[in-house]
Design a protein around this ligand. Sequence first.
Ligand code: FAD
Length: 278
Amino acid sequence: MNKPSFSFEIFPPRKSDSIDKIYKVLEELKDLNPDFISVTFGAGGSANSSNTLELASLVQEKYHTQSIVHLPCIHLNKSDIKLILDECKKKKLSKILALKGDYIEGNQLSKDFRYASDLIEYIKQNGDFEIYAACYPEKHKEASSFAQDIRNLKIKVDAGASTLLSQLFFDNSDFYRFQEACDIIGIKAKICAGIMPIANKRQILKITSMCGAKIPKKFQQILHKYENNDKAMVDAGIAYAIEQIVDLLTNGVDGIHIYTMNNSYIARRIYEATHSLF
Ligand code: FAD
């Protein structure tokens, strides 16, 4: 069996943040030797692409770590995507997380892409990229049922996605049920489990309300008990994430993908507690 991968997600600096902040994060993640770092891309439009591509390129060139470029298509047409793919080729960015992206109010819908699988087909025709895709252990919020979502995921994998990065989840039994469903339908792609350590209550409630992940009772208790104690909340969040990771690794998961929220302190603590298990 292959060694499970250990990877991070980061996002480009927001307008109000200085670029030095992300340099600092990357400096601090460097010696944790992740197998790859994925870089998010706001679905708003092609103007976002330069930040993502610059950062993904920096990860490879300066930090000698494989990067994955997130690419949401909901508001982009073939011509926009073609320009981004050409830029990826120039920058030697060969791995792409092909996404639908979340609809942004007021932006025009793509006339070329409805689902991530349409984007995957287009990427396949336009270069030699390794394609990653998103998956949802508790089903995607728009899917009519879990079974339907798994059938749609199969379409995405058959179109050419070789690795799946999962949405965050807080109950490993949801992930195992999902893995089993993938197995039954014949999805052979590698599945990396997405883990998000809690840093504060507000952030986690916002994210779970957007993606639809449920918050188990044990996790709710942590949020409730430590909501006014930042240090304790971070410690409890790290401990919860570590417990999830130990269980996932023990059960043979293909990879662990940490949603770092650009917080290298939390990423480091998780690494230190679990790296001997990989
Ligand atoms: P799809 O695979 O297209 O699925 C969307 C919905 O359509 C699902 O309900 C699915 O069941 C259904 N569906 C899919 N194919 C078909 C079909 N052929 N026929 C009928 N129904 C179908 N968003 C961003 O904007 N930027 C990011 O950087 C970003 N990074 C992410 C990283 C990860 C690891 C994850 C899990 C999500 C990320 N997202 C990001 C959010 C993602 O874009 C949203 O969850 C989006 O709503 C769905 O994207 P998708 O690629 O999974 O869509």
